[in-house]
Design a protein around this ligand. Structure first.
Ligand code: B12
Ligand code: SF4
Ligand code: SF4
Length: 342
């Protein structure tokens, strides 16, 4: 296997992509990291700053990290971003019935960070070893991998690398799998032939904006965490949920898939994954609100092994389930009061 091209000092991007697919990634693309910030990066950073300035990150102070503003601060000398996507869709259907709690698809099976991380490590190892092996100068490369674990704008880079587009529902949509993909990347000093950025294909559709029960999508693609059920069920550690969130939970207790479920791209192109780790753990598709509202720490530990749901501590899960139950009481009214801080 020759990675280094004869004509210039680039590594062979096609060989890297082939290896990524062999390791089980469903989509892979490459974006260039020029020595100075590109126009597209600058525009993205302005949007990120505006999002932060409006307080749309709620209590996620880690979103303010200055390193998030520029990948060159994450890895000095970075030249390429290898972006990957992993399809996590399985064809299980949640049962109908107001007694059932809804857990988002992202949390049904094994923790996606672990699955992505393992494959990214294998790809990084392969990249490093082949780059050294095939280099006439014996030049080593540096690389850093992230599986939703670092100060990197995963969606922006995925679009730049041609994986999909930053859609109006705040997720990257791929033509092949819809938005049911996790994103990860390897930032490297290796020079690789980049792909073209992906074009956007939401058109005039507004289904996700119309369906969001808390009006959290403030403008196309702009999600205000203060209003988002996903934020409050996963990240908010307060004892009580804001009234306007609690009243509109629609039984979501761990994330929220509403703006993805209504998306025509997902309805047409969702494809069952071949990654066995994403097969749901028993009980994650059809838990009842009552069992979660009464869940003990021991139950929680047993029920969610190696799961992304461990971010939702037992007291949070009980709080979410109880709030959804309370919203079903005869005198409870859906609230359209603004739950946001802004
Ligand atoms: C913060 C965060 C959240 C926050 C904020 C959500 C958001 N969309 O930003 C909360 C907690 C609410 C959240 C929820 C979820 N998240 Co989240 N989250 C992140 C995180 C850590 C950062 C995202 C970010 O930078 N947001 C800040 C804003 C400024 O970034 P942005 O959306 O890219 O901003 C752009 C738009 O506003 C756009 N824009 C501005 N004007 C306009 C105009 C138009 C027309 C358009 C289209 C766009 C546009 O420009 C901005 C700059 O590019 C990423 C991981 C990562 N490291 O990147 C995961 C990530 C986005 N989350 C992910 C997932 C799976 C979810 C959930 C689906 C989980 C669930 N089922 O509950 C929900 C989805 C909620 C939603 N509708 O977005 C995945 C999405 C995978 C994908 N296919 O895109 C990611 C990428 C993690 C991963 N590595 O896989 N998340
Ligand atoms: S995840 Fe739910 S609450 Fe958040 S923007 Fe989407 S539909 Fe709205
Ligand atoms: S529902 Fe429509 S507007 Fe929203 S992300 Fe899907 S295609 Fe785009």
């Amino acid at each position: 296997m020759t990675l280094r091209r004869e004509s210039d000092n680039e590594l062979d991007a096609d060989a890297v992509k082939k290896q990524a697919i062999t390791l089980g990634f469903h989509r892979v693309g490459i974006a260039a990291i020029p020595p100075e910030m590109s126009e597209a990066e600058r525009t993205n950073q302005t949007k990120l700053q505006a999002w932060l300035a409006q307080g749309f990150h709620a209590d996620m102070a880690w979103m303010e990290s200055p390193r998030r503003q520029d990948v060159r601060q994450v890895l000095p000398g970075a030249r390429s971003m290898i972006c990957v996507a992993l399809n996590y869709y399985t064809d299980h259907v949640r049962p109908e019935g107001k007694q059932y709690a809804k857990i988002s698809r992202y949390g049904w099976g094994r923790d996606y960070h672990r699955i992505l991380n393992k494959k990214l490590k294998q790809l990084t190892f392969w990249l490093r070893s082949h780059a050294v092996e095939d280099s006439a100068e014996g030049g080593e490369i540096s690389a850093r991998l992230y599986a939703d674990t670092g100060p990197v704008q995963d969606k922006f880079w995925a679009q730049q690398a041609g994986i999909g587009w930053n859609a109006k529902n705040g997720n990257v949509i791929t033509r092949q799998y819809g938005s049911w993909v996790f994103l990860g990347e390897i930032i490297t000093t290796a020079v690789l032939q980049p792909d073209l950025p992906h074009t956007a294909h939401c058109g005039s559709c507004t289904s996700c904006l119309d369906a969001c029960p808390t009006a959290a999508i403030r403008a196309p693609g702009v999600v205000d965490a203060n209003r988002c059920i996903a934020y409050h069920t996963i990240e908010n550690r307060a004892e009580r949920l804001p009234d306007a969130i609690a009243a509109n939970l629609q039984n979501w207790v761990a994330g929220c898939d509403i703006c993805q479920d209504v998306c025509p791209w997902n309805q047409r192109f969702a494809t069952t994954t071949d990654e066995p780790g994403f097969e749901p753990y028993p009980g994650n598709v059809n838990p009842t609100l009552l069992e979660l509202a009464e869940m003990t720490e021991a139950d929680w530990n047993q029920r969610f092994p190696a799961s992304a749901l461990r971010r939702i501590k037992p007291e949070m899960l009980r709080r979410n389930a109880q709030a959804a139950l309370d919203a079903q009481l005869p005198d409870a009214q859906p609230s359209d009061e603004n739950p946001g801080k802004t």
